[in-house]
Design a protein around this ligand. Structure first.
Ligand code: HAX
Length: 443
């Protein structure tokens, strides 16, 4: 019997996905049948010690990351997305980015509108989840609150219902898609409730049926500024996806591989995002920049910045917002942030400091000789842009990252189920067995 799903009017995305899934499932079957035993890579002891570093060992359809040219969403660079996806004002609609990541196609304006309208219709939360979020202590870090909120969305999820019914495994992706749409639709409200409770008066407006995800998010946060909504559109695009091996995407994929629904998988991914070497770096950058600004004032020299960075390094700390595990050039997302500043913001002392840091820090990290990538990553500029528009509570910044990354992680989860990917289960080694394997390989 076919998997029973909530029947909604919105069908075109499902129909398009169904056709693509049939074709891609056959590709996977052929690959495994004809070439399942073909060796395509080798692994060194160093890569094992460094936690599968650089190993090509996962399938992820939504995006690819090249060390030199950066992220591509379904083959498109971010500037190409900005040029080709349906937009509001000058930035892609987050809904059109979601459509692209889900289907691999550039949506038509009417498809983007259809998805926008569908997500807006799902944007509210059950009252008991609002009550639960309102009851959390204000002092609980916003990322913990976000993870709790997303986890709680799993109640009554479609994937579990399908799993417990006689739904065929081949149809699991349909319920994963239902849940994915609900996640992306509802996470802005969870984020906004957390913000309003932790930093404002706890009052929040209802999501509007006529706004896109970014504007709804901005309005629920308490803004009424089209320029801020425009920044949020860019922000949601820049942070939406970064291939499958990063800590949060990989965590989501791993948890989902045990057939956990998208809410619990992504809630785990959010905890992964909350580490300071990963997503939390955006809060750490702003904290660090504000301290720097206090010390050096509005018009610092390059030497002022150098002195402060030396202090950070002497303490044995990393310079937040610099370095990357894969990229070997300045993160194109950071360059787009600078471009945004140039086009939209005349004069902002903190953003000027961000630019000055970019002049100074790469050479310092090169001289230090440790970091493989001395250049800025996406987190180097994102917080200062939010600060410009008055969003200054940096403990909230990773929550915005988490709202954005739900787009990519949930699209990937749909494809994980669509391609019938099995449970992920690598093998760990003790140091002793690794040493033995090294000796065997050398003899
Ligand atoms: N400042 C100072 N030292 C740095 C550094 C930085 N920004 N980046 C790397 N290094 C050091 C490392 O600590 C490491 O030192 P040890 O050998 O003493 O352990 C050495 O350089 C080699 O590290 P690497 O191989 O270049 O870097 P990794 O791939 O291990 O780590 C990180 C990549 C992004 C975690 C790292 O560059 C870092 O800690 N950067 C600062 C934190 C940050 O901005 N994180 C956000 C990254 C982007 C992201 O995921 N956003 O969500």
């Amino acid at each position: 019997m076919a998997c029973k799903l909530l029947v909604r009017k919105f069908q075109s995305l499902r129909v398009i996905l169904e056709e693509k899934i049939t074709v891609n499932r056959e590709r996977v079957a052929k690959l495994r049948r004809d070439n399942g035993e073909t060796v395509i890579d080798q692994i060194t002891a160093d890569q094992i010690v460094k936690g599968m570093r650089g190993m090509r060992a996962l399938v992820n359809e939504t995006s690819t990351l090249d060390p030199y040219s950066g992220i591509k969403f379904r083959g498109l660079t971010i500037p190409e997305c900005q040029a080709r996806l349906p937009k509001k004002h000058n930035q892609p609609l987050p809904e059109s980015v979601y459509w692209l990541l889900l289907t691999g196609d550039i949506p038509t304006p009417s498809q983007a509108e259809e998805l926008r309208s569908e997500l807006a219709s799902r944007a509210s939360l059950p009252q008991h989840i609002e009550d639960m979020l309102n009851s959390l202590p204000k002092s609980l870090h916003p990322m913990v609150q976000l993870s709790i909120g997303v986890n709680s969305l799993c109640e009554g999820n479609q994937f579990d219902k399908a799993f417990k019914s006689d739904c065929k495994r081949a149809d699991y992706w349909k319920s994963a898609l239902e849940d994915a749409l609900n996640l992306v639709a509802k996470i802005p409200r969870i984020a906004a409730i957390i913000y309003r409770n932790a930093f404002k008066d706890g009052k929040i407006c209802a999501p509007s049926q006529s706004c896109d995800l970014a504007e709804n998010l901005g309005r629920m946060l308490g803004w009424d500024d089209p320029n801020f909504f425009e920044l949020l559109r860019l922000y949601l695009t820049l942070h939406s996806d970064h291939e499958g091996g990063n800590v949060s995407a990989h965590t989501t994929h791993l948890v989902g591989s045990g057939l956990c629904d998208v809410f619990r998988s992504y809630s785990s991914g959010l905890n992964a995002l909350a580490g300071p070497l990963h997503g939390l770096a955006n809060q750490e950058v702003l904290k660090w920049l504000i301290e720097l600004w206090k010390i050096v004032g509005d018009n610092p020299t390059e030497d002022d910045i150098r002195k402060y960075v030396e202090g950070t390094m002497k303490k044995g700390q990393v310079v937040p917002g610099y370095g990357h595990a894969v990229l070997r050039v300045p993160d194109p997302r950071f360059l787009i942030e600078l471009e945004y500043k140039k086009n939209y913001i005349q004069n902002d002392p903190l953003l000027n400091i961000v630019e000055l840091c970019y002049k100074v820090i790469p050479d310092m990290l090169k001289q230090q000789g440790k970091a493989k990538n001395p250049y800025p990553n996406v987190d180097a500029g994102s917080g200062a842009l939010l600060h410009h528009y008055g969003l200054r509570e940096y403990e909230f910044f990773t929550v915005l990252f988490g709202v954005s990354r739900a787009i990519g992680c949930s699209a990937s989860q749909v494809w994980d189920r669509a391609l019938l990917l099995p449970i992920e289960r690598p093998i760990s080694l003790t140091l002793e067995s690794l040493e033995e394997l090294v000796q065997q390989a050398k003899s």
